[in-house]
Design a protein around this ligand. Structure first.
Ligand SMILES: Cc1cc2nc3c(=O)[nH]c(=O)nc-3n(C[C@H](O)[C@H](O)[C@H](O)COP(=O)(O)OP(=O)(O)OC[C@H]3O[C@@H](n4cnc5c(N)ncnc54)[C@H](O)[C@@H]3O)c2cc1C
Length: 438
């Protein structure tokens, strides 16, 4: 089940289930943001196309309806890594495209999904020990400004924070409301089916439940649900949310501008002030499942939920009566070099997108736009993005994969503990960072 805060009221089907065979121009598999934005861009470019989208459960069932709601200019690998791998020009195009995408998503959300509460409030990653401060300060550039403690307090007040790295290019929203707004916008323009599980049986042909669907073009937008255990691995990200906090509690915390925020730990964490004034916070630390199998047990790990609650309480110890009302999780898909994939095979009319790690809110928009540009032979700049028609190398075989990934997750946690204790950059982190390939 999608047990997220955002999914409340949205777990029932609103669109029909397929009941008869169908011929269409484009069949899209997956009713998350990748599938819906693909339909959006295709419809914008070629409104005459007959498009059908198939979702196995309900729209927003997957990560798109469960995530932290950061609509950021983050790419799964750091800018420095991207520049080293592909050069500065490539990195510039990626980040310029991401920033443009945030604004385009914002224009759409303001018009068609006002309940998503889209706000471009920027983002801040704060340091609570010297080691984090050194690491974050190394990221200062024309887009990332270092805020000292007083300046940080103007944005948000975090116990023990020494300052933070601020970037204006980030928005936040209720992701499920965005997904729903997009589905509503598309309904009537394309056919949407829920409760309709698709499998690819031949080129240009799908079996959807017990019906046959023929399409000149098929787009697989199932991301982490796709069974490709060596091309991408599922890593679980878990979240908790509080009840709506009172005005006086928010006065203590600050963040009137709803900047997204996170601590500069090795173990990824992310938080937002929700449009209805809750604190929603998520983090990694769950174990990787052997064989890349999906696991509802890991998705609901009580240990990880508790450590996220403790992290939030350590940021805001003065908000003692903060009640947590929701806990959930979902998986993100990670390729071996942490870069996403957008592939288009013209001969078979087959497209596939995904591998956004934890950065899919903006990347789904950009990747689907790039895919559609390939399909229609378009001239938009995004067609030249380096990850189009590129393939990462495979993950290692099991049990090497299981042992290595879980060791790295554990070591990241230990490195954070070491830095908390010693106030010095972790020796361990110097060993782990090059291994992660970000
Ligand atoms: C807890 C969590 C927090 C995150 N936080 C952020 C964040 O703050 N910012 C950010 O940018 N990213 C974040 N992400 C990542 C982001 O949510 C994803 O990258 C993005 O939503 C992926 O969208 P998608 O449409 O590709 O996949 P999904 O949303 O997973 O959609 C795939 C859909 O395909 C359907 N499906 C699967 N198989 C079939 C089939 N055979 N037939 C029909 N349908 C099928 C599934 O039911 C699912 O609905 C987070 C992810 C998680 C899990």
């Amino acid at each position: 089940m999608n047990k997220s805060l955002w999914a409340e009221g949205f777990t029932q089907q609103q669109f029909p289930t397929i009941t008869e065979n169908l011929d269409c121009d484009v069949a899209i598999i997956g009713g998350g943001l990748s599938g819906l934005w693909s339909a959006f861009h295709l419809h914008q470019a070629k409104p005459e196309l007959k498009i059908a989208l198939f979702e196995a459960r309900h729209i927003g069932y997957g990560a798109s309806g469960r995530n932290g709601g950061w609509i950021s200019a983050d790419y799964p690998v750091y800018r420095s890594t991207l520049e080293k791998r592909h050069g500065k020009k490539v990195a510039d195009l990626v980040f310029a495209s991401l920033k443009k995408s945030i604004d385009e998503i914002g224009s759409f959300a303001t018009r068609h999904a006002p309940s998503a509460g889209f706000v471009k409030g920027g983002t801040v990653m704060f340091a609570r020990n010297k080691a984090q401060e050194i690491r974050l300060k190394a990221g200062v550039d024309e887009e990332h400004q270092w805020l000292n403690r007083e300046e940080l307090n103007e944005v948000i007040r975090i116990a023990g924070a020494r300052g933070g790295l601020h970037n204006a290019h980030c928005a936040s929203a209720n992701p499920m409301q965005l997904v729903q707004g997009l589905a509503k916008y598309l309904s009537g323009k394309i056919a949407i089916y829920e409760g309709s599980t698709a499998s690819e049986i031949a080129p240009h042909m799908l079996a959807v439940n017990s019906c046959v669907v023929k399409a000149s073009i098929v787009i697989n937008a199932t991301e982490v649900f796709r069974n490709a255990p060596r091309e991408q691995i599922p890593l679980y990200s878990l979240m908790v949310a509080t009840e709506p906090l009172t005005d006086s509690q928010w006065k203590e915390i600050g963040n009137a501008g709803r900047a997204t925020f996170a601590e500069g730990l090795h173990l990824i964490n992310y938080a937002q002030r929700t449009p209805d004034n809750r604190l929603a916070i998520g983090g990694r630390g769950a174990r990787y499942p052997f064989g890349s199998r999906k696991s509802s047990e890991i998705e609901n790990s009580a240990r990880v939920h508790e450590s996220i609650r403790k992290l939030a309480q350590s940021w805001f110890p003065h908000i003692s009566d903060m009640k947590f009302t929701h806990a959930w999780g979902g998986a993100v898909a990670i390729t071996r070099d942490w870069e996403p994939y957008v592939r288009w095979d013209r001969e078979f009319g087959y497209g596939i997108i995904g591998g956004y790690a934890g950065d899919g809110m903006t990347m789904t928009y950009l990747a689907s736009k790039a895919l559609v540009q390939e399909i229609i032979n378009g001239t938009d700049d995004v067609r030249g993005l380096h990850f189009v028609n590129r393939r990462s190398r495979n993950w290692e075989m099991e049990p090497i994969r299981y042992a290595a990934i879980n060791t790295l997750v554990k070591l990241s946690d230990i490195a954070d503990y070491e830095e908390k204790l010693t106030n010095r950059p972790s020796v361990l982190s110097r060993i782990i960072e090059p291994l992660i390939l970000r």
